[in-house]
Design a binder for this molecule. Sequence first.
Ligand code: URA
Length: 181
Amino acid sequence: MLETIREQCETCRKCTLWKARTNVVFGRGNEKAKLLFVGEAPGANEDLTGKPFVGAAGKLLDTYLAAVGIGEDAYYIANILKCRPPHNRDPLPEEEDACKPYLDEQIRAIDPKLIVCLGRIAAMRLIKPDFAITREHGRVFTVSARKLLAVFHPAALLRDPRKKEAMLLDFKEIARLLETL
Ligand code: URA
C-alpha cells in the first residue's frame, strides 16, 4: 500500500518542485507504528538522501526521541511536501494542495493513533489554519476522529534555544500519551 503511494510520488509532476529535486522524500520508519510525525518539507540533506529529517533539525529531533525513550521502530516520519522547495522557502499553498493527498493516503495506510505535527506549517495544515504554535503546542486536538498534537519545529529550536524546555515537556507528554493509546 505505502509502496504504491511511493511509486506515485516518484513520478509526480503535480507542482513544479519535481524539476529541481534530487530525490522524492517519501517517509521512513515503522509502517505499522502508533505514532506519526509530520514535518514541513525536505531540506538539502533530505533531498540528497531521499530520507526525512536526516540533517541538523533531524539530529536535534533524535535527541528528544532518545530523551523520552521513543525508539526508531516506534514511529513513522514524513512531510507535508515530498519535494524540496528552493532555498528551503515555505511551501506555497498550491504545492501543499497538490501534495497533501499523498500524505492523506499515508495516514490511511499507517492508521496512527497519534499524529505529531513538527512545526507551525504542518499544524496549520493538519489541525487548523489559524494554529498558534507558541500558544497551542503540546495540546491534543481531535480532527476527523484522530488525535493530533503539535510541537515546535526542531529547526526553530536551533534558532531559539529558549524553546528547548517546552519541547522536552511536550515530548514527555507524547511518550506518556503513547502508553495509553
Ligand atoms: N525539516 C522538515 O520539515 N522536514 C525534513 O524532512 C527536514 C527538515
